[in-house]
Design a protein around this ligand. Structure first.
Ligand SMILES: C[S@@+](CC[C@H](N)C(=O)[O-])C[C@H]1O[C@@H](n2cnc3c(N)ncnc32)[C@H](O)[C@@H]1O
Length: 315
């Protein structure tokens, strides 16, 4: 499904062009830094960001990274994670999206390696979300890999979680209790169900509407759910490893302020372009599981059985 975002819904409705600031300020709608994330994080005050969503380099030797000894890689990630924790608000969340590091055919899941970077700082893991997708390399010496994970950590126990913003349709919306005190009432939430911790969303391959020259962008839909569930309007959503700006795009489309840093100028430029298009409501993106909007047929929340039906059921 190709979707256009409606501009009328945009909190920052543009009178002029969107201003992309190259330095951070909590007042900016968009702060995008061309350079190293640690330099950018230096500009960000303590406790100012509500949500951090990122997919860091996986240390695979892609064009944008130097392959490091794995211990050095983890230390480098730890430095960035410590800074992210510093800038995170008390009710905020960090979502670290990773796959496997592969060394001579041996796979090492990066979330296992990175978990302690968060745990050692007192953060709490709320979900290890499995992102399942259909396409990827075909392996001959092991099963082909078709999922990656998102570690969702919170800074404290009192955190933003807007479940109603991400409910999905019930599998059996008309299912009712057939015995007990609630007999005849619908047994499921009429506003939809919790989307669970397994998310089936296509990855961005060549024929995907969101595809850019970046080799490893994640889909807008993946970030959109996190933005809706873990932040509120006008909150700041930040991605230290911005790539072509998917996190910022999902934030802008949902009326959040956004910030990000990217080392490579060609990705930075694409990010700026995509953010502007998203702001104008002109960016093509793919939403695979729409947030559930009840149809307005209120009979769903009324007792669906007549008295005589109930009596018949009780017999
Ligand atoms: C896995 S990609 C992220 C892609 C992104 N999620 C998207 O959808 O476009 C990681 C990105 O981090 C950038 N990067 C690597 N090291 C960085 C650093 N120290 N500071 C800022 N960006 C960095 C890379 O150039 C790369 O574009």
């Amino acid at each position: 499904m190709k979707t256009k975002h409606s501009q009328t819904n945009n909190l920052f409705a543009p009178k002029d062009d969107l201003l992309i600031n190259s330095q951070f300020s909590v007042k900016n709608t968009v702060s995008l830094y061309l350079g190293d994330c640690l330099d950018f994080l230096n500009q960000i005050p303590n406790n100012s960001v509500q949500l951090i969503v990122t997919s860091p380099p996986y240390n695979l030797g892609k064009e944008y990274e130097n392959k490091l000894d794995i211990t050095e890689y983890v230390s480098q990630q730890r430095r960035v994670i410590n800074e992210c924790i510093r800038v995170l608000k008390d009710k905020g969340s960090i979502c670290w999206q990773v796959g496997n590091y592969v060394n001579n055919g041996e796979i090492i899941p990066l979330d296992i390696l990175l978990y302690n970077c968060f745990k050692d700082k007192g953060l709490k893991l709320r979900n290890r979300i499995v992102w399942h997708f259909g396409h990827g390399l075909h392996c001959s010496n092991r099963f082909s890999v078709r999922y990656e994970t998102i570690l969702w950590f919170t800074k404290g126990d009192d955190y933003v979680f807007n479940l109603d913003a991400v409910r999905i349709p019930q599998k059996y919306p008309g299912k009712k209790y057939f015995k007990g005190p609630n007999i005849g009432k619908y047994s499921c939430n009429p506003n939809g169900k919790n989307p669970s911790d397994i998310w089936d969303i296509p990855n961005v391959k060549n024929n995907h509407v969101e595809k850019t020259p970046h080799p490893c962008q994640f889909p807008v839909a993946l970030v959109q759910w996190l933005v809706l569930a873990l932040s509120n309007r006008e909150d700041i959503v930040f991605d230290p490893f911005l790539g072509v700006g998917t996190t910022a795009v999902a934030g802008i489309m949902n009326n959040r302020k956004v910030a990000g840093s990217e080392l490579v100028i060609k990705y930075y430029n694409v990010a700026c372009e995509r953010i502007k298009l998203a702001f104008q409501g002109n960016l093509r993106f793919r939403i695979d599981k729409p947030v559930y909007k009840p149809s307005g047929n209120l009979s769903i929340i009324k007792d669906p059985f007549t008295v005589s039906e109930k009596k018949a059921l009780c017999k």
